[in-house]
Ligand binder design. Structure first.
Ligand SMILES: C[S@@+](CC[C@H](N)C(=O)[O-])C[C@H]1O[C@@H](n2cnc3c(N)ncnc32)[C@H](O)[C@@H]1O
Length: 420
């Protein structure tokens, strides 16, 4: 098997990362893009390694019942694999069917890396958001990045590549972003650079041009809303992408907290806190006297977190890496503070790589009463679940949300409590 070969494959399952599994007659596992379990396909090989290969469907011989016309033609198998737009790798099925695939990936990861039993994982489901089923998972992105290549072409990157490809629509984007971004695509630009679009709750769509390789400046302040609550943040700052994501996670975190383990006088933590979205969800559950420390590496974000959490006089926002922050607390805190942390609740929302061994082992030493873990990567969550279990925590509840329709991504909110 060589790159460029076209091979016939039978797809057996979905894998982590938005690809599907087949086995080639030479014994290699092939990770196939744009397929569905049960299908027989012709796939074009893009990469060959010793034990596995990568390929993309170019023709479907026997289609699965779930296959639909792609929600975004620019990402579909009507284009050559190298020309397919990225970011909609599950757009060739309905959102409900993609949720079932996401559920399987999450359940499999939790069983395999988290050591959870079949009964716990079989009860999992991935919840649909708002009217996403009615819109077929379109119009949800409030953040979008396009790229400008050296020739001045503007567009998204092709899947698994850094090549700009032409598109005549951007269906996953919020309507105002699609309009602004399509205008830029038609105009062309001067590259290499990227265009970052943001549709904040309080303003028209904003666009920033960032030269490739440069760190963007923070930009102006924007405001996002969750119910009646407002959050200030930098234009370039992290905010949940789906138009209902912040509200969904805010509620889910509040609901994930076990009331019987919530001690209003304890010290609570909001780790990887950004501008304090989930810290506010926890603080609101605790009440006006909540003592909560939000910890975040980005100094711009913690500045806003201090502002967004100011109604709780016991709230603080610290700038720093979570691993260092926890290590320092373990060295520095006196017995009374350690006791207050031990009675506390910790919310953590790490980046895609997860919290990892150092953070989980520090959490094990701090031993808070409960943890609410918000995860955007199933395998990282599953690994950290395994590590948390080694530290004496058990998974008490878990919910998953389809906050990235038509992609393979899934967001999970998991509650952990100390095992008896
Ligand atoms: C998934 S975001 C969550 C932000 C926030 N909880 C929210 O919902 O808006 C992860 C955040 O972790 C921050 N971050 C990444 N690695 C970090 C680290 N090692 N220590 C502290 N913060 C980190 C990022 O800057 C980002 O703001």
């Amino acid at each position: 098997m060589n790159p460029g070969d076209r091979i016939e494959l039978t797809i057996t399952d979905v894998a982590h990362g938005g690809v599907f599994i087949a086995r080639h007659e030479d014994g290699r596992v092939v990770f196939v893009a744009d397929a569905l379990p049960g299908e027989r396909v012709i796939a074009e090989v893009s990469q060959v390694q010793k034990k596995f290969a990568r390929a993309s469907v170019v023709e479907v011989l026997d289609a699965a019942a779930e296959r639909r016309d792609h929600v975004w033609d620019a990402a579909s198998i009507s284009r050559a694999p190298a020309d397919r737009a990225g970011g909609a790798e599950f757009g060739h099925m309905l959102p409900a069917d993609s949720r079932e695939l996401k559920r399987r990936v999450l359940a499999d990861a939790l069983a395999r890396f988290g050591g959870l039993d079949a009964t716990t994982v079989s009860a999992l489901s991935v919840e649909a958001i708002g009217d996403d089923d009615a819109t077929r998972g379109t119009g949800w992105r409030t953040r979008l990045t396009l790229h400008i290549d050296e020739a001045g072409n503007v567009g998204p990157y092709a899947a698994r590549s850094h090549r700009v490809v032409p598109v005549d629509s951007l269906p996953l984007a919020f309507a105002d972003i699609e309009e602004a971004a399509m205008h830029q695509i038609r105009r062309g630009g001067t590259g290499p650079a990227r265009l970052e679009f943001v549709a904040p709750a309080d303003l028209e769509v904003r666009m920033r041009r960032v030269r490739e390789g440069k760190t963007p400046r923070a930009g102006g302040t924007i405001r996002e809303r969750v119910g009646a609550r407002e959050f200030a943040l930098a234009e370039s700052g992290f905010w949940q992408v789906h138009r209902h994501a912040a509200e969904t996670l805010y509620r889910a975190v509040a609901e994930a907290v076990d009331e019987t383990l919530l001690d209003a006088s304890a010290q609570h933590l909001d780790l990887y806190g950004g501008v304090g979205l989930l810290g506010a969800a926890l603080a609101e559950r605790i009440g006006a006297d909540a003592r909560i420390a939000s910890v975040e590496a980005d100094a711009f974000a913690t500045g806003f977190a201090a502002q967004n959490l100011r109604e709780w006089s016991g709230a603080t926002a610290a700038t720093g890496r979570v691993d260092r922050y926890l290590r320092e607390r373990l060295q520095r805190d006196d017995a009374a503070t350690r006791g207050a942390l031990r009675r506390g609740t910790v919310v953590l929302d790490p980046p895609r790589s997860g919290a990892g061994g150092d953070v989980v082992s520090a959490l094990g030493k701090l031993a808070p009463a409960q943890l609410v873990y918000v995860a955007c990567d199933p395998v990282a969550l599953a690994r950290d679940t395994g590590l948390l279990r080694e530290q004496g925590y058990e998974l008490a509840r878990i919910r998953a949300f389809d906050l990235f329709p038509n992609t393979h991504h899934v967001e999970t909110v998991a509650s952990f409590v100390r095992a008896e």
